[in-house]
Design a protein around this ligand. Structure first.
Ligand code: GLN
Ligand code: ZN
Length: 758
């Protein structure tokens, strides 16, 4: 008999009640005891749901009060010294201190969980002496058993993954750290075994990345130690997000089960099984239901896949699983009342994925005749969308095919464009500008609400936006900036704004997923061929330009960022989606140019987020990402200046790709990469216009003139002064008016000082 297994369930709750509880607790509106009760209720609800649906192996300890990596660190007492933790069970005040910072101590760093949009708290090992503060997996197991009679499967972050994601130690200390952690893991597992736990899921997603020989050796040490210490505990060594690199080494480890991703690592993992087989003493956790996408699975396709696997693994050793934790998808489509039925019928959020899991598990056990009706329904739904007008805009498909075959190059090389642009714009040395948005004050948010509710007419709202533009054009002129922006007051979000105006997008009511801590995002859904339906930004930009004699930069979000911050269709390659977006944006770029806008910024902060985990696939991704940007921007005249902006993460290892985008000017965040970026520009001798952010906009602090002078001088040791721009790090929409004006004034003063020196 085949069984079903879930790797993890979303924490946020169908109504985001988890988020609300956390935030109420932080705001002091909820007593700790009440908070604990509420979280328990949420946790039990999630378990009950899986139980009712009929999932065989239900995960426990996947729930968290913030983040599962932070939980693991807390379980081992790995709390940075600055939080004055004194041992024992980590109190919530300390736990949330590490996550969010306190008055006295800065929060730990937060970073992206592999190639997802989930962010974890980076454990800091330096100075730590790990001990077990509490056996959390055991507590979770007991709770599920006592309250619901569930024989839960504790989920634990594996030692190798935990170590690799931690910081505060040198490579040479890796083994020492492993040997410090191992006994603690052993104790946790022994206690679980004594309790009678049957299956433990040990997550080692690090196994899908490139492993060194030493790492493989470490892996052996870890799992041989576990096998020797808890011989009767069934360990499912779980991987996800890609195919494993060292298949034969991994399947030879002395564990009971190996979990592989057959959605995001499908071809690689299938290939490995076909060439090397699967060991007869092990259970295969076959991750066939997508834990990351929102689309309904083709049940027929999944059954075929399971049949292929059945050639290598008999039914009693097969678990049908989600490809990863369901943390990355929203909770239920039940509350989506506004989508077309065509679209709603092909969506599967976490709860619908549970149903899929149960259905195909049943079919895998007793044949597909028992689920004939479900198969039929599924085919019909998928087909309907596939044949819909939105997925078959042939004019778009043809145009994009023609465009993606072209070279996508500006008419002239940068050096010539630069000269022509200088002649046209006559900008001073070190032109000053900003990244696009100005403070979204309470007034701006209020106005948008009134308009959305219909209390304000379109004209009223447009007039309000014009007033805001007027105000900020005056402020910018008065401060003395050289290149102005209109301020983005009409936008809530840099992706949603464009998605709402382009065809091919849908917006869900409840498609929330956890991004970090209590912060959730609701990505737009790209479900059809993307098409330009009319000007998106021309009106406001043209208006802004009409109010000043200085150049106003148009402001767009780039194709790759729109794609990476959306849920995208999975029936065509991402590359094609990117080109469709690029083609639509090109039409907006051309419209802006035609309206007399001579500088256009196309933001691409999220390029890195789409980078494949597999090194060998990264180059191809970067190549088409760069191409998409160029498709969007290459048709303008040589005097039209294309800008781009990047931020949020490290770019120092992709400077060649950034250069290949061929933007006339890039503004890039530097404050958080601590000079590493400047160093890489030095090595790469970047040859296009560049503004390294001279101050960090993430803090309300007003940086002094001296501080910014320091940043400028440092950058100019490396970069060509003739190509250097001066700007803040990122958009200013989260800042207040006063600090923004004060900071920009100081920035302009620092620029004047620099101009005198050069
Ligand atoms: N133009 C956008 C802004 O200023 C860029 C935002 C971003 O980089 N994330 O808000
Ligand atoms: Zn930015």
């Amino acid at each position: 008999m085949v069984r079903s297994s879930v790797l993890g369930y979303p924490r946020i709750g169908a109504d985001r009640e988890w988020k609300k509880a956390l935030e109420a607790f932080w705001a002091g509106k909820l007593e700790e005891s009440e908070f604990q009760l509420q979280l328990q209720e949420i946790r039990l609800n999630h378990l009950r749901k899986q139980q009712e649906k009929g999932i065989d192996l239900i995960p426990v300890n996947d729930f968290s009060y913030y983040d599962h990596i932070l939980d693991t660190a807390a379980m081992f007492g790995i709390i940075p010294k600055r939080f004055a933790f004194e041992g024992g069970v980590v109190p919530l005040s300390v736990y949330y201190g590490v996550a969010r910072g306190t008055k006295e101590a800065a929060a730990s760093e937060m970073t992206k969980w592999f190639n997802t949009n989930y962010h974890y708290i980076v454990p800091e090992l330096s100075g730590a002496s790990p001990v077990i503060t509490e056996n959390k997996p055991l507590a979770a197991y007991r709770e599920a058993k006592e309250k619901l009679g569930i024989e839960g499967k504790p989920v634990i972050v594996g030692p190798l993954t935990f170590l690799k994601l931690s910081k505060g130690y040198s490579a040479s200390e890796t083994d020492a750290w492993l040997h410090r952690l191992l006994p603690l893991y052993v104790q946790i597992l022994q206690e679980l075994a004594e309790e009678g736990v049957q299956w433990v899921q040990i997550d080692e997603p690090i196994l899908v990345t490139k492993l060194s020989e030493e790492d493989v050796q470490r892996l052996k040490t870890v799992y041989e130690t576990f096998a020797a210490s808890v011989p009767n505990l069934n360990i499912m060594l779980q991987t996800y997000f890609e195919a494993v690199d060292r298949y034969t080494d991994i399947v030879s480890l002395p564990v009971k089960g190996i979990g592989l991703d057959f959605v995001h690592g499908l071809s690689g993992n299938i290939q490995s099984i076909k060439t090397c087989g699967f060991p007869a003493d092990k259970v295969l956790g076959a991750g066939v239901i997508d834990g990351r996408g929102i689309w309904k699975a083709s049940l027929r396709g999944k059954l075929e896949l399971l049949e292929q696997l059945a050639q290598f693994v008999p039914a009693e050793r097969l678990l049908v699983q989600t490809s990863s934790s369901l943390l990355h998808v929203p909770v239920t489509t039940e509350r989506e009342t506004k989508l077309t039925s065509e679209l709603k019928n092909v969506l599967a959020y976490a709860d619908e994925k549970l149903d899929e899991l149960v259905v195909i598990t049943k079919a895998a056990t007793s044949g597909s005749s028992g689920i004939a009706e479900e198969l039929e329904q599924c085919d019909r739904a998928l087909q309907a969308l596939q044949q819909s007008e939105e997925r078959n805009r042939s004019s778009i498909q043809q145009a994009v095919a023609a465009i993606s075959a072209e070279q996508a190059e500006r008419s002239r090389p940068f050096a010539e464009r630069h000269a022509a642009q200088q002649a046209k714009w006559q900008l001073p040395l070190f032109p000053t500008t900003t990244i696009g948005s100005f403070p979204q004050s309470a007034e701006v948010r209020k106005a948008r609400q009134l308009w959305r509710k219909g209390e304000w007419s379109n004209e009223q709202y447009a007039a309000f936006i014009r007033e805001q533009i007027d105000t900020w054009i005056k402020i910018q002129e008065e401060i003395g900036l050289d290149v102005l922006v209109h301020g983005e007051f009409e936008r809530t979000d840099m992706v949603e704004f464009f998605g709402e105006k382009l065809a091919g997008f849908a917006f869900t009511q409840n498609g929330w997923v956890q991004s970090y801590g209590s912060r959730c995002v609701k990505p737009p859904v790209i479900f059809g061929d993307v098409a330009f339906t009319g000007e998106m930004t021309v009106e406001e930009t043209r208006y802004a330009q009409s109010r000043t004699s200085r150049p106003v930069k148009g402001m767009l979000t780039g194709p790759i960022t729109i794609m990476n911050w959306s849920f995208v269709r999975d029936d065509i390659p991402r590359e094609q989606i990117a080109y469709q977006l690029a083609y639509a944006l090109r039409q907006e770029v051309e419209a802006l140019e035609k309206a007399g806008i001579g500088m256009i910024q196309v933001d691409e902060p999220a390029v890195r987020e789409g980078l494949p985990l597999k090194e060998e696939e990264q180059e191809a991704y970067l190549a088409w990402a760069v191409k998409a940007f160029r498709i969007a921007t290459c048709t303008v005249q040589e005097t039209t200046q294309i800008h781009t902006h990047m931020c949020y993460c490290e770019f120092h290892d992709m400077i060649d790709s950034i250069e290949a985008m061929d933007a006339d000017v890039i503004s890039i965040e530097t404050s958080r990469s601590h000079g590493e970026l400047i160093h890489s520009f030095e090595l790469n001798t970047y040859k296009l216009g560049i503004g390294l952010g001279v101050y960090d906009i993430h803090s309300p602090r007003v940086p002094s003139v001296e501080e910014m002078t320091g940043m400028i001088e440092r950058a100019l040791r490396v970069l060509d002064p003739k190509l250097f721009w001066i700007n803040p790090d990122c958009g200013l929409k989260t800042r207040g008016l006063e600090e923004t004006v004060a900071s920009l004034r100081n920035m302009v003063d620092a620029t004047k000082i620099a101009r005198e020196k050069y």
